[in-house]
Structures are given as structure tokens and as C-alpha cells.
Ligand binder design. Structure first.
Ligand code: ADP
Length: 364
């Protein structure tokens, strides 16, 4: 009902606007300019046959010959002919006014087009500048990441060499210090890797190499690499994948990154004695579904769609106690997207979290 009233009132306003424009045009010089306004000439020509025909009919009806004196006679006998004689002028004015309205509209459209072109040029300039800045940022990030990563690899290499104790026996506290240094260096390495990935995603150079993949092997590798961290935090890792899982179409390393990140989060946002499980639920026809669940702190429902955004972390910067930089899930979502699939989560505060994603089965 409300819609109908609105539509009607809009139509009425439009009608009033058109009438107003018409009357405005009557006061416009352009309306009466036959040389510049072809509409008015057209109106006059359109109106000329009317008096000719009406007078002609009158002459014919009275069996009078077509000559000037008879025409004058007929006109004065039936003064209605004055009205018909005025028709070329009336038509000229009405059509001329329409020509003026059209002329005004064309001018307005031209002005609008010009302003649009101007705005477009401005936008193009801004866009170019933004692209340059983006490229600058990407180059900077790439350079910084590379310059940080090279020495870090060397540091990690020396730490693991020292830990072998081939260059001398280490005391218990020296070994503890080395382990701590290694942990921090690995954390830094992960952060740099995430920044590099983010840069690649931003520049569209983050690619996947999809091939026949045994997903169980990838999960086993992820569990093995995170077992020491889980043990340290007293979290149990459960591999609940069925014995047989069909091969999937995936990039082994990138999917490893997703699974490792989800398990790592399951450990990180958990309490001692908790569990992280990897299972495959409801595998549908052409897809294999993977679920990484934990018994941890859970995520508030209204935050669930935000955790996949870049740099988003549920615990705000001021009161952070878990570390990380909020990039893992954003990168995971991108990786899964490149596998033509999606990632989603079910969770609630204090109820643990379940992350799901699907992979296409490999077809020979
Ligand atoms: P990071 O772990 O480095 O902070 P992520 O992108 O992996 O970044 O995760 C984003 C945020 O989502 C985390 O900071 C955390 O608040 C929330 N989150 C992710 N996984 C879990 C989980 N398993 N349990 C509870 N919260 C989680």
C-alpha cells in the first residue's frame, strides 16, 4: 500500500515537473527560433494542412470554386476557420517548446557527461597512485621479508647444529635457552612466511599446484610437526581420519599449511588437558570433507565471520595473551578458495571450535 502511494506521488511529481518544463520553455527564445529549432518548423508544417483541409471542405460543401474571394467569404461566414488558421502557429509553438525542452535536456546530459569524464579522470589518477603505493608496499614487504628470512634461516641452522652437541656438550640450561631461541625463531619465521603469502595474495601471484594428493599423509605430516608443541602444552592430538580416504586434488604444501594452521590454533586456543581432533565427516559424492576440532576456548558467535579477515584477532591488541598476527585464517581461506572450495567454522564461547573445509576427489 505504502509502495503504491509512493509510486503514485512520484508519478504526479514527474507530471508536474514536465508541465513546469513545458511552460518554462514557452518563455524561452529558442522555442520561437525557426532556424535553430527544427521542432518549431516541423510544428508549423504539421499545422498548415489543417486550415487548407477545413476551408477546402467548406468550399466543397457549398459548391464554391477555390479562389481568394470565396476563401475570404467562407472564413468570415464561419469564424471557426480563424481557429484552424491559427493551428500552424499553435503547433509551431507547442512543438517548438518540446524542442526547447529537448535542447535543455541535451545540454544537461552533455554537462553531466563532461563532469563524469572529469570525475573518471580524477578516479583514474587516484587509482594509479594507489596502485603505485600498493606496489611500493608489496616491494617493501618482499624486501623486508627476504632480508629477515635469510639471516633467520642461518640462525635456525646454527641452533639445530648446536643442539646436536657436535661442537661441544651443552649444559641443561644452555639447552633450554637454545630451545627457547629456536621456538622464537620459528615463530618469527612463520610470521615472515605469512607476510610474504599476504603480499603474494595481494599481487595475485599466490598460486597453487593441484595434483593427486594423499590427504592422510599430509595430515600425518602436520600432526608430526606439531606434536612437540602439543606435548609442551599438554594437548592431545587425535587423528580420527578413516583408514581409507580417497585421493584428493590439492597442493600438498599449501594444504599442509592450512591443516597445520588449524591444528596450531586448536593447540594455541586451548587449555592444558584439552584435545585437537582431525576427522573426515559426511564426505559427499565428489568431495572429501575435513574437520579440525578442538576442546578449547571457543569463539563468540558474532565474531565467527570476522576471524577469516586479515589481521583480525578475537582478543584485542591490548589484552592479547595468545600471540600470532591474525593472518593464518585469512591465508587459509585464500588457499582453500584456490582449491575451488570454502572453509567454515562452528563454535561458541567455551564450547570449542570446529573448522571444516572440503577438497575435490581426484579423478583419474
Ligand atoms: P592468529 O592465530 O595468528 O591470531 P588466525 O588468522 O589463525 O590468526 O586466527 C584469527 C583469530 O581467530 C585468532 O586470533 C583467534 O582469536 C581466533 N581463532 C582462530 N582459531 C581459533 C580456535 N581454534 N579457537 C578459538 N579462537 C580461534
Amino acid at each position: 500500500m505504502l509502495k503504491k502511494i509512493n509510486k503514485k506521488s512520484i508519478e504526479l511529481k514527474l507530471l508536474i515537473l514536465v508541465i513546469q518544463e513545458f511552460f518554462d520553455a514557452l518563455g524561452n527564445k529558442h522555442t520561437y527560433n525557426i532556424r535553430k529549432n527544427w521542432y518549431s518548423l516541423f510544428g508549423i508544417l504539421w499545422g498548415v494542412p489543417i486550415p487548407i483541409v477545413t476551408i477546402g471542405i467548406d468550399l466543397y460543401a457549398n459548391s464554391l470554386a477555390f479562389n481568394i474571394s470565396n476563401i475570404i467569404n467562407v472564413i468570415f461566414t464561419h469564424p471557426i476557420h480563424f481557429f484552424f488558421i491559427l493551428h500552424p502557429v499553435i503547433f509551431g509553438i507547442v512543438f517548438g517548446a518540446m524542442g526547447s525542452v529537448r535542447h535543455n535536456k541535451d545540454r544537461e546530459i552533455d554537462e553531466f557527461k563532461k563532469s563524469l569524464i572529469g570525475k573518471n579522470e580524477e578516479l583514474e589518477k587516484i587509482n594509479k597512485k594507489l596502485q603505485e603505493l600498493d606496489e611500493l608496499k608489496s616491494n617493501f614487504l618482499r624486501m623486508v621479508s627476504h632480508e629477515l628470512r635469510t639471516p633467520l634461516t642461518t640462525i635456525l641452522g646454527y641452533i639445530s647444529f648446536l643442539k646436536t652437541q657436535k661442537s661441544g656438550t651443552l649444559t641443561k640450561s644452555q639447552l633450554e635457552s637454545l630451545n627457547l631461541s629456536e621456538e622464537e625463531a620459528v615463530r618469527l619465521d612463520k610470521l615472515i612466511q605469512e607476510l610474504l603469502d599476504l603480499t603474494k595474495i595481494g599481487t595475485g601471484t599466490f598460486k597453487v599446484n593441484l595434483q593427486n594428493t594423499d590427504i592422510k599423509q599430509v595430515v600425518n605430516r602436520a600432526i608430526k610437526s606439531l606434536q612437540p608443541l602439543a606435548e609442551k602444552k599438554r594437548i592431545k592430538l587425535n587423528n580420527k581420519l578413516p583408514d581409507k580416504l580417497p585421493p584428493v586434488l590439492a597442493d600438498k604444501d599449501k594444504i599442509f599449511q592450512v591443516i597445520a594452521n588449524l591444528i596450531n590454533n586448536g593447540i594455541k586456543f586451548n587449555t592444558p588437558g584439552g584435545e585437537v581432533s582431525i576427522s573426515s565427516e559426511d564426505s559427499v559424492d565428489k568431495k572429501v570433507n575435513l574437520c579440525i576440532s578442538d576442546t578449547g576456548i571457543g569463539i563468540e558467535r558474532d565474531k565467527l565471520d570476522k576471524i577469516f579477515d586479515k589481521f583480525y584477532q578475537v582478543d584485542s591488541a591490548g589484552k592479547r595473551k595468545y600471540g600470532g598476527c591474525g593472518l593464518g585464517l585469512a591465508i587459509s581461506r585464500n588457499i582453500v578458495k584456490l582449491h575451488m572450495s570454502s572453509i567454515w567454522v562452528k563454535s561458541d564461547i567455551g564450547m570449542g571450535s570446529k573448522f571444516f573445509f572440503e577438497l575435490q576427489k581426484f579423478n583419474k
